[in-house]
Design a protein around this ligand. Structure first.
Ligand SMILES: Nc1nc2c(c(=O)[nH]1)N[C@H]1C(S)=C(S)[C@@H](COP(=O)(O)O)O[C@H]1N2
Ligand SMILES: [Mo]
Length: 230
């Protein structure tokens, strides 16, 4: 199948899911209220609990645009630029030389599955931002994947300490189909906010829409507020 045809099918399927969800929401207004619901605890404190509308999966599904980029570690680069004092371009060695953080967090996909207690290793976005030094005017970031995926995140969410650019999961190198060598994770937001195969983080002075956000997905994407579509 041709690349663009495959992509259209992925987008089509997601738009159908969005329509179905919105239909269901219109029948249950209390659930469609996108304000905090006052129940969910983003850190769970050990409770086996997921946000409304989510089901726990033990498996880890692969979800993406269907384009699997091949990047060798020699070719791999991470660019941080835009509204920053010091744009940087990191090699694989540069990246591994940065402070490494390990964290266990949950992964919530908007297509309604959640995988709990994933153990990640990588570099905090906060530590990358410290290198590039965002200007006072920076309010958002745009993340770019090697598959030409994009997604936007507000600076306040992006700088939370559990937002990582990870290269290992559960003690193993991050598999290529899950975004290896390096992907971003956003445990307090739906997982589409974490770009697989991340290649660039652009700081922005105003919000812009990424791939799914342009197609009606939420800018903010808070799973604990059932904040899926806008
Ligand atoms: N580069 C890139 N990142 C992406 C995507 C994508 O298509 N391309 N899909 C997003 C979506 S919708 C989800 S749910 C997660 C899925 O990650 P997984 O395939 O490792 O489960 O990646 C997110 N990041
Ligand atoms: Mo997703």
């Amino acid at each position: 199948m041709e690349g663009s045809e495959k992509l259209n099918r992925v987008v089509d399927a997601r738009m159908k899911l969005k329509a179905r969800f919105e239909d269901k929401m219109s029948l249950t207004p209390s659930v469609s209220d996108n304000k905090p619901m006052g129940k969910g605890n983003p850190n769970r404190h050990g409770m086996p609990q997921v946000p409304v509308g989510q089901t726990i999966t033990k498996k880890w599904p692969v979800l993406d645009l269907g384009i699997l980029p091949e990047i060798s570690l020699e070719e791999w680069r991470l660019v941080i630029d835009g509204e920053v004092e010091h744009p940087v371009e990191l090699t694989w060695q540069d990246f591994l030389a940065l402070p490494q953080t390990e964290d266990t967090s949950d992964f919530h996909c908007v297509t309604t599955w959640s995988k709990l207690d994933m153990n990640w290793k990588g570099v905090r976005l906060l530590d990358l931002a410290a290198l590039a030094q965002p200007k006072d005017t920076a309010t958002h970031i745009m993340c770019y994947g090697y598959d030409d995926y994009t997604t936007n995140v507000s600076l306040e969410e992006a700088l939370k300490p559990d937002v990582l650019l990870v290269h290992a999961v559960d003690g193993q190198p991050l598999p290529q189909d899950h975004g290896g060598p390096v992907r971003m994770i956003t445990p307090q937001l739906y997982a589409w906010k974490g770009s697989k195969w991340i290649r660039r983080i652009e700081f922005l002075s105003k919000n812009k829409l990424g791939f799914w956000e342009e197609r009606g997905y939420s800018n903010t994407a808070y799973p604990w507020r059932n904040d899926r579509y806008s």
